[in-house]
Each structure stands twice: as structure tokens, then as C-alpha cells.
Design a protein around this ligand. Structure first.
Ligand SMILES: [Zn+2]
Ligand SMILES: [Zn+2]
Length: 239
């Protein structure tokens, strides 16, 4: 075991990513037994559109997605409700916890592999990108969770990763109604200067798929500059 890992285990208590209770370093998932039952039960939530579980649901978002070849996600998310997925999404955005990033990236990589295989497509030549967090949020929390998850996701699939978007947005997407979201996303995101995306293929990584406005705005930017394919992989989908 690496020295750093030994020191970490000796001095830092490993916590369940849902309830914060102390857990053993010997268990694989960073979730306690009690929360694990709770987490597994969320896998049974059915899609309100197609009636399938998250594992089989291929519905996109509540709106049409623009410029994306396909979108996939790992689990359903219900905002404003007591749900283990909400705890994980909250931690992802507000607390810098490596195990949370890793947990999400693991699930997303497994789902992406499955979705590419289902379509008989290879993901080997895809580049991983992410919608940059607003400057104000990066200053407030000190990190960009999208970047952390995108880098881990790329590493797990052996793909390259690119930091290609800027975000000049002033408003938080979740504070806006559906109609305002796309306009806000379109105004907020831009491609960084001197980034060549022509004929390249991209996987956009995002945390929560709500209206799909962020993904639509980012994939439109890539496609306008000649990107060959854009797909999106999200952690959770709001239903
Ligand atoms: Zn727990
Ligand atoms: Zn569905």
C-alpha cells in the first residue's frame, strides 16, 4: 500500500457518501449498509415516460436535445425530495470528496460502455469534455466538480480529455424556468479560443440532466465548429 494511502487511512475517517456515517476502508462502494439498501431501492424508480427503470430508459430529457447524437444517464433524480441521489449530487457540487467523484465516474463509465456497445459503436476516438462551472461557483466552492468527474471518467475509459468551454454565465440554471434555461445556457457557454474540434468526436459529461439545455448549448457549439459526433453521459436524470 502506498504511504499516502496508509497515512490517510490512519488519520482520516472514511465516510458514507450519503449519510456521512463512518465506514470501513474494506468495503468497495463508499456507502454504508443502511444507505446501500436505500441506494438500491432508487434503482427501481420507473421513468414517467416509458415506464422502465433507469437502467433501461433511453428517453432523452424533458425537452428535445439539440446537436446531440445520443444521451445517457445512470440514475433517476428527484429534486426537492429525500433521496440518496440528492445527497450525492449535493456532495458532488458542494464538498470536495474524491470518493464521490470516483463513484459517479465509475457508474458513468460503465453506463457509457454499455450504451456504445448497444449501438455497435466504439468510443476509442472520443474526447471527454465538460460544461465548465460558473466562475462565481468555482470561487465559492474552490473546484469544478465537472472537471474532476470528466478527468476520472476519461481515465477509466482510456480516453483523452479536453477543457474546451468557457462559462460567462451569471445565473444558476436551477434558478430558472424551462424556457429561460436554454437562452441562459446559450449565452453562458462559449468555446475557448484556438480549440480545434473539426471532425472530432466528443463525450460531454454532466451531473444532472434536467431540460438538457446545457448539453444542447455545448453540443451546438461543438457541431457548429465541425465536430463529427457529440454524445452526452450524465450522472442523474431529473424526473
Ligand atoms: Zn450511509
Ligand atoms: Zn424513459
Amino acid at each position: 500500500m502506498k504511504l499516502l494511502e496508509c497515512l490517510k487511512r490512519a488519520f482520516i475517517v472514511r465516510k458514507c457518501i450519503i449519510c456521512d456515517d463512518a465506514i470501513s476502508y474494506n468495503i468497495k462502494l463508499p456507502i454504508c449498509d443502511e444507505c446501500h439498501k436505500y441506494w438500491v431501492s432508487t434503482l427501481d424508480i420507473l421513468c414517467d415516460k416509458c415506464g422502465y427503470e433507469s437502467e433501461y430508459c433511453t428517453c432523452a430529457s424533458k425537452r428535445m436535445l439539440i446537436g446531440v447524437d445520443f444521451v445517457t444517464f445512470c440514475i433517476f433524480y428527484k429534486s426537492n425530495s429525500e433521496n440518496p441521489v440528492n445527497h450525492i449530487v449535493y456532495k458532488l457540487k458542494e464538498e470536495y470528496i474524491g470518493e464521490v467523484f470516483n463513484f459517479c465516474a465509475d457508474l458513468m463509465a460503465a453506463k457509457a460502455k454499455k450504451m456504445f456497445a448497444k449501438r455497435n459503436l466504439s468510443f476509442n476516438d472520443y474526447i471527454v469534455v465538460y460544461p465548465k462551472r460558473r466562475k462565481k461557483a468555482i470561487l465559492k466552492y474552490g473546484y469544478d466538480h465537472g472537471r474532476e468527474v470528466a478527468r476520472l471518467f476519461a481515465k477509466k475509459l482510456g480516453l483523452s480529455y479536453m477543457d474546451c468551454f468557457d462559462n460567462s454565465g451569471k445565473k444558476e440554471q436551477k434558478t430558472l424556468d424551462r424556457r429561460e434555461r436554454y437562452a441562459n445556457a446559450k449565452q453562458s457557454y462559449s468555446l475557448k479560443k484556438n480549440i480545434d474540434v473539426k471532425d472530432k468526436k466528443f463525450i460531454i459529461i454532466d451531473d444532472v440532466l434536467t431540460t438538457g439545455s446545457t448539453i444542447s448549448a455545448c453540443s451546438t457549439l461543438l457541431k457548429e465548429k465541425g465536430a463529427k459526433s457529440v454524445v452526452a453521459v450524465c450522472f442523474a436524470k431529473d424526473i
